[in-house]
Design a protein around this ligand. Sequence first.
Ligand SMILES: Cc1cc2nc3c(=O)[nH]c(=O)nc-3n(C[C@H](O)[C@H](O)[C@H](O)COP(=O)(O)O)c2cc1C
Length: 223
Amino acid sequence: MHIDDTIRSRKSVRAFRPDPVPRDLMEEILELASRAPSGTNIQPWKVHVVAGEMRDRLVAEVMAHRENDPQDAKAEFPRTSKRKEPYTGRLRTLGKEMYGLLGIPKGDKAANWRQWGRNYEFFDAPVGLIFTIDKDLDAMSFIDIGIFMQTLMLAAKARGLDTCSQGAWNNFWSVTRRVLDVPDDEYIIAGMSLGYADETQPVNTLVAEREPLDSFATFHGFD
Ligand SMILES: Cc1cc2nc3c(=O)[nH]c(=O)nc-3n(C[C@H](O)[C@H](O)[C@H](O)COP(=O)(O)O)c2cc1C
């Protein structure tokens, strides 16, 4: 696949087929992703790759904890859910389109709760990835991990695999820490679902819109 086609065809998939992904394919994708750049080449990314029984155990424990203690849906590091325009408009557009495809009416809190919970089932993907970062690193290293994640997603896409990045996994981090034995000096910053898209699911037809170039780029010094 041409790199442009890989970039354009990657999109967040939120319904996967159960078909397993072999370990050697995961190793190939992760090794390629490690070609991602990082400030001063510190390569701060760390990732737990879960499949099979371990994936099922992580899902079961987080889902059970979420039912018992829904208020624990918070990250271990500073985050805010407060947004201003133009961001609120964009996230509402995404939500409207996604929940429309899922057939979830606005205001249906129970259905919303169930759908948000699909994050913690990795949307049925056979592979879950949990990204962690040393607590004493700063914002620059969060950038590095974002680049690593995108490189990973493109490497996966080029091999017929789909993904969904998931900030959702920084919630309920105490359970993930315990199940995966994540050291106390690391934050759990994100997760990712990875596998083969279930093309029969309407939610996977979602193509999230993008703002035009002139809304985010300011050119200086061109003719
Ligand atoms: C850092 C990050 C966190 C995200 N967290 C979630 C999440 O928790 N759940 C989810 O369904 N999608 C999540 N997404 C996917 C975004 O909603 C998606 O990337 C965005 O709507 C653009 O759509 P696209 O990826 O299909 O191009 C996340 C994406 C990123 C980059």
